[in-house]
Ligand binder design. Structure first.
Ligand code: MF3
Ligand code: CO
Ligand code: CO
Length: 254
């Protein structure tokens, strides 16, 4: 069952999603060579808790930390650790907040120090693919329109789309129906309706799309060791389009 939110629920979700977006703005200056992903986790955790919210990943299905941090060939669900970030790394920080009884979910891939040329291209394509998916969102459009737009742009740019993970409905639960695939066919899939709220979160690989899960049972990495990037927004279908609930105008750079 896909839940359609009431206007009151949309307003509560706006607040939770805004906090998640604020965390990504707040953390940016700390993403520098030498910082550990555990330190980034702790700063985000404290910020979320001090704003009256809970970091949704913590203890979610046994996940041990408050954010996900995925470095270089890590696709998603990386676990913060004493790993120090190095100049030229890319790192995705995925923030999910639980506030007022609702979750908000957003992620961004950061450059650590100066990006290599290939990493810059990959991250730019991933960010743009998310926007191309978002641009399809309006009542009457279908989920396949979103997936197809992302897939076409990513593959046309010479990169690949990860298939094992997808966007998702979100609300009182972290992950709700529907699944929002980042590949597909225009005109296929369920029809979007006003006040549906879901994430779009394409994972884009430099090399092949295949992945494996590390022994920690969480971290997904590219099978061929190539780089992977991801961006994520939570959005609401409006009368004539969309509202990105995790975008702070003038502050969020994606
Ligand atoms: N935030 C991720 C998503 O976008 C899910 C993380 S699950 C966790 O759906 F357990 F790893 F936190
Ligand atoms: Co998500
Ligand atoms: Co997320």
């Amino acid at each position: 069952m896909i839940s359609i939110k009431t206007d009151e629920e949309v307003e509560l979700m706006r607040q939770s999603a805004r906090l998640a977006a604020e965390v990504l703005v707040m953390i940016e200056p700390y993403v520098k060579p030498g910082v550990t992903t555990q330190k980034l986790n702790d700063i985000c955790h404290d910020y979320i808790v001090s704003h009256g919210a809970y970091p949704s990943p913590l203890n979610y299905r046994g996940f041990p930390k408050s954010i996900c941090s995925s470095v270089n060939d890590e696709i998603c669900h990386g676990i913060p650790s004493d790993r120090k970030l190095r100049n030229g790394d890319i790192v995705n920080l995925d923030i999910t907040t639980y506030m007022n009884g609702f979750h908000g979910d957003t992620s961004r891939t950061f450059f650590v120090g100066s990006p290599r040329k290939r990493a810059k291209k990959l991250v730019d394509v991933c960010r743009e693919s998310l926007q191309r998916g978002i641009d399809k969102v309006r009542p009457g459009a279908r989920l396949g329109d979103i997936g197809a737009a992302i897939q076409e742009f990513v593959e046309g740019s010479g990169f690949t789309v990860v298939r094992e993970f997808c966007g998702h409905g979100i609300g009182r639960n972290f992950h709700e129906e529907p699944q929002v695939l980042h590949f597909g066919h225009p005109g296929k899939g369920i029809e979007l309706q006003k006040n549906m709220i879901f994430t779009i979160e394409p994972m884009v690989n430099e090399g092949k799309a295949d992945l494996r899960i590390l022994g920690d049972k969480w971290t997904a990495v590219t099978l061929d060791g190539s780089l992977s990037a991801q961006f994520e927004h939570t959005l609401c279908v409006t009368d004539d389009g969309y509202e990105v609930l995790t975008r702070l105008n003038g502050l969020t750079p994606f």
